[in-house]
Design a protein around this ligand. Sequence first.
Ligand code: BT5
Length: 255
Amino acid sequence: MLVGRRVLVKGEVDSTNTIAKALALEGEPEGTVITATRQSGGRGRTGRIWESPEGGVYLSVILRPDLPAQDLTLLTVLSCLPVAQAIEEVCRAVPRIKWPNDVKLEGKKVAGVLVETCYRGGEPRFLVMGVGVNLNTDPATLTAPEAGSLRAICGKDIDQEHFLNVLLFKLDDFYSRFKKGERDLDLYERYSESLGQDIEVRLGDQKVRGKGMYLDADGSLVFRSDDGMVYRATSVHDVVPLDRGQVRFETGNVH
Ligand code: BT5
């Protein structure tokens, strides 16, 4: 087992990703995991906040894959898969993955993944894969409109140690198979709420309606607009489900 070979357990921290990055820069080997009970500066993508009260699971894994850049972005997008699998195994309910990096249960966002890549001289040096899961979190302590917790949805306390073990096992399995070239795209599709669905894509002030088609080799979401154009959206975009199971992008450009 690589992921979780060494686990550093912390109380409240700023962000486990920040700690993992600092350790990685000091030479901490691949596979080390940092967990915390709370984060005062939990981060999402593009400067957004990840609310991190007591009851949630917050962890970061240091990875040093020797893979081409395209594979690294695919790895980032597919990393929701082991998180969804761990939630399914422990809660016995099937979560959905909202491209690119949200895990939802019964329409509520219960987990998010933030993978940050550190480069040196244009070459990726290491990755920090950060995972936040609202495990036994009291939903009243979360202000994000779509946020939900596993305990609230499943109606029971979740054993944190058991969940962590399952999650680390799934992350390790996913990472080792990814490095061997296995891509699990069919499995991803099974969990995806963006592929094969009617979608609405927002480009700044523009909106494009269409259907999510497939994941590109680098993890981009390829979709066909209603007027027959094919677009690629990269992971800087946001996808928000609409009433009819549609999704739209909130920020960034599609190209
Ligand atoms: C994410 O970003 O969903 C990635 C979250 C990754 C958090 C982990 S925790 C361990 C590691 N250390 C860190 O500092 N981060 C990682 P994004 O897709 O940008 O979603 C952020 C948005 O989700 C916010 O703008 C809110 O709308 C919503 N949100 C914030 N906190 C939430 C929570 N606890 N549960 C559900 N939704 C939340």
